[in-house]
Design a protein around this ligand. Structure first.
Ligand code: ADP
Ligand code: MN
Length: 340
């Protein structure tokens, strides 16, 4: 996969570490990942193979995760290493930093197919460190939680990107947070709000930030309403899933994506599925494949979506019940969504 697919820097990223990549065609997302995150993807996949196959879409965590395509180990194969310069595709910074021992996680790029994606990353949970954190990190993370909505609401906005041609105006400030300090205009026509934005929000002002994401776009009000309704249904469905899932996920995020190109809504006849059927490589079904014109590749047709991402500090914990931090976070999000 790595040999045939050159990777370039990720086009749209709203939070997290630098260095994530996408395939040239934009269909794949790729990031350096530690053992724990890869194990979590593998474990989640394992649960999908359970006999409980007839479960409704959305009842398993994997239904909410980006499609997992596998891992890449550039350091494992000499052949691959020697091709490294081809893979880098002129961008030494991206892969140049990457050590030979690093493993990459290859996922579906959940923005694939979007013409104008508006994106929001919300970190769930009130505890932001796990048992691997050293003393200094524990103290730092406790302070982040204490001083932000992570502590009060069990969720925190980590990053937002919206197209800068939206109807209406950007408020000069949201509560004590001056937009000129935290909002950046990118050359490609997007406004991005950095992590200081989310950290400065309070229980009250976080509602205005959510409103900015859901209403700060070029779409007709009826479409916006539909999007909000759809995300509410998604959050409720995810909530039920999380009640039944014995995990501890620290620093995991919900990624909200919406299509801000009204023409694409028209093209898709305003059909926006709550959840997309998982697109598993169905190579038995040759005929269908030919019709669809894609050999098991990812075809995205959604106009908005909710994904659970970032499992660097996640594990299944059988017998320990649900993760209270996640539950509280989704509950509070749902409460606030009612006012959007
Ligand atoms: P980190 O460990 O650096 O926080 P994340 O997994 O949280 O990495 O991803 C960081 C950012 O990358 C997200 O906020 C989002 O913008 C983008 N991203 C993550 N996963 C995907 C994906 N599957 N498709 C598209 N973008 C993604
Ligand atoms: Mn993250």
């Amino acid at each position: 996969l790595f040999m045939v697919t050159p990777f370039v820097p990720l086009q749209h990223q709203v939070a997290g570490h630098n260095g994530s990549m996408q395939s040239v065609d934009g269909s794949l997302f790729c990031k350096a990942a530690k053992h724990r995150e890869i194990k979590f993807y593998n474990d989640s996949h394992g649960k999908m193979m359970d006999p409980s196959d007839s479960l409704a879409l959305g009842s398993l965590l994997i239904d909410w995760m980006p499609v997992y395509l596998g891992t890449l180990d550039p350091g494992l194969s000499d052949e691959l290493s020697s091709k490294k310069s081809d893979i880098v595709d002129g961008n030494q910074n991206t892969l140049g930093k990457v050590g030979q021992n690093e493993t990459f996680l290859v996922l579906e790029n959940v923005l694939y197919g979007y013409r104008k994606p508006n994106i929001m990353d919300i970190k769930l949970g009130n505890i932001l460190y796990d048992e691997t954190a050293d003393k200094a990190k524990v103290e730092r993370m406790k302070e982040v939680s204490r001083s932000t909505t992570s502590g009060s609401l069990s969720f925190r906005i980590c990053g937002v990107q919206i197209s800068d041609d939206f109807h209406g105006e950007l408020p000069a400030s949201i509560e004590n947070c001056k937009m000129e300090d935290v909002c950046h205009r990118k050359p490609d026509g997007y406004l991005t709000f950095d992590k200081r934005f989310g950290r400065s929000l309070t229980e009250t002002s976080v509602r205005d930030a959510l409103r900015l994401f859901f209403r700060g776009n070029c779409l007709a009000k009826v479409i916006q309403d539909k999007i909000v309704d759809n995300f509410v249904i998604r959050l409720q469905t995810l909530y039920n899933c999380l009640l039944d899932t014995e995990v501890r996920i620290i620093s995991g995020s919900l990624l909200f994506v919406l299509e801000d190109d009204e023409q694409r809504w028209k093209d898709m006849e305003y059909e926006d599925p709550v959840l997309e059927e998982r697109l598993i490589d169905d190579s038995d079904d040759e005929e269908e494949e030919e019709e669809e014109g894609g050999g098991g590749s990812i075809i995205s047709s959604s106009l908005s979506c909710l994904k659970f991402i970032d499992f660097a500090h996640a594990r299944y914990t059988p017998g320990e019940g649900y993760d209270e931090g996640l539950i509280k976070g989704v509950e509070n999000l749902l409460k606030l969504m009612a006012d959007i």
